[in-house]
Design a protein around this ligand. Sequence first.
Ligand SMILES: N[C@@H](CCC(=O)N[C@@H](CS)C(=O)NCC(=O)O)C(=O)O
Length: 203
Amino acid sequence: MQGRYKLYYNPESRASVARWMLEEVGADYELVPVDIQAGENRTPDFLAVNPMGKLPTLILPDGTVMTETAAILAQLADSFPAAGLAPALGAGERASYYRWLFFGPSCLEPAGIDAMMRKGSEPLPKMALGWGSYDDVIDTLEGQLAKAPYVTGETFTAADLALGATLWWLSMFGAPRLTESEAIKGFVARVTGREAFRRGQAA
Ligand SMILES: N[C@@H](CCC(=O)N[C@@H](CS)C(=O)NCC(=O)O)C(=O)O
């Protein structure tokens, strides 16, 4: 969808992942700063847009409200096909792309946050957790990233952006094992070396 996008934004939030994607696809967009520390994401005006009070919140050119980082990445990849960030519909690569795009928010993120923040309580039963265990998630990702430069093979897609961004901030916050893994370190360096990543970090 062409036109101007509006991204409710804070640089220290997942909104920076959506901004990176807007840069990747060359979208026309504006940022609306939201000061989370000052509670601007909990005002009635913001909650009327996103009742979860979360960033990123993206307004599409036709006024549709989008939340959920991975969904935003998928929508932008499809809206800007010339950027080549999503494999063709129906192709095997597309299946692999979906797999890894969803692996981010459903496995890597909760496993990483649980591994860093859980204090002293018993681990939850692996069978009941969608991500099984932190070690299973990292072993799986390591195995995949050892095979090829990107998670679906030779080509960078929105799934790499989703996983790369999450691995990048989990590494910065000291999640276990990440900085000891050559495959993961190499992948994070590869994706954060992209020009669009740098542009998305600009003040
Ligand atoms: N499921 C959402 C999570 C978004 C999220 O948790 N955003 C955090 C910043 S990284 C936020 O807005 N926190 C503010 C708050 O909850 O008050 C996504 O994947 O985009």
